[in-house]
Design a protein around this ligand. Structure first.
Ligand SMILES: NC(=O)c1ccc[n+]([C@@H]2O[C@H](COP(=O)([O-])OP(=O)(O)OC[C@H]3O[C@@H](n4cnc5c(N)ncnc54)[C@H](O)[C@@H]3O)[C@@H](O)[C@H]2O)c1
Length: 245
């Protein structure tokens, strides 16, 4: 029970990596509040409850500061604290730069970057009051090397690594750690949307010759969210089979 009695918010927790994080954290004793746009989040929360875990779903867009703030206040009041924030919600709108529309650029910035700003800014005052916090944000291995067709996405994922380092400096003295996880190719609905012809030979580019399941990534989040990582802050933990060396 590595997260016994902890209260965690997992953004984008309805499916994919966020769902695996939510399930694993609940198994480890946390009360998990899943934020997502998709009503699937309700099923994810119910699935956790059926297994004896504690979870609830709230339909929230991380892009909407007012509703994020309101939800954070509600959670703090209901549970008395917020220990862990997992900034996992993310989207792609892939296109090479010359074909990328402003809308495609902006929508990725709004979710992957402003969403992280909104959630972290709203949650940190509660962590400060409590003298404890674990913030873990979804970067990506493409932040470290760039990726064809991902100007918008790679920019946001590199930016959150710098934000995590900045928050280490700003909040470290309050017992709050701030880190990133940089997943590599993981089998989720996000990667299922990539055209098949772009995926031929994908395994050959990964030194371990496998792709990740969401749980492989969730274990990294668990470590960074646990008490065991109390001396770890400002890092980006790459979990990608050795792709971004
Ligand atoms: N799958 C991969 O290969 C991979 C690799 C590197 C990084 N990542 C990152 O990991 C995170 C999870 O990815 P995934 O593969 O599980 O994706 P996914 O698309 O399966 O899940 C993302 C979840 O975020 C939710 N979401 C999107 N916009 C939202 C918003 N405005 N407010 C609240 N929730 C919102 C979606 O509804 C969805 O449930 C993302 O940040 C992604 O960029 C994924």
């Amino acid at each position: 029970m590595r997260l016994k009695d902890k209260v965690a918010i997992v953004t984008g927790g309805a499916r994919g990596i966020g769902k695996a994080i939510s399930e694993l954290f609940a198994k480890e004793g946390a009360t998990v509040v899943i934020w997502d746009l998709l009503e699937e989040g309700e099923e994810t929360a119910q699935g956790i409850q059926l297994e004896g875990g504690k979870a609830e779903f709230q339909r929230i867009s991380v892009t909407d500061m007012a509703s994020v703030q309101k939800a954070v206040e509600g959670i703090a009041e209901k549970y008395g604290k917020i220990d862990i924030l997992i900034n996992n919600a993310g989207i792609t709108r892939d296109r090479t730069l010359l074909k990328m529309s402003e809308e495609e650029w902006q929508s990725v910035i709004d979710v992957n970057l402003k969403g992280v700003f909104n959630c972290t800014k709203s949650v940190v005052p509660h962590m400060k009051t409590n003298g404890y916090g674990r913030i873990v944000t979804a970067a990506s291995n493409v932040a470290l090397r760039g990726n064809f067709g991902q100007t918008n996405y790679a920019a946001t994922k590199a930016a959150v690594i710098a934000m995590a380092k900045t928050w280490t400096l700003e909040f470290g003295r309050y017992g709050i750690t701030s880190n990133c996880v940089a997943p590599g190719f993981t089998l989720t609905e996000m990667t299922a949307a990539i055209p098949k012809e772009h995926l031929v030979n994908v395994k050959d580019t990964i030194p371990l010759r496998i792709v990740a399941d969401p749980i492989d990534i969730a274990y990294g989040y668990l470590y960074l969210a646990s008490d065991e990582a109390r001396f770890v802050s400002g890092i980006c933990l790459t979990i990608d089979g050795g792709w971004a060396r």
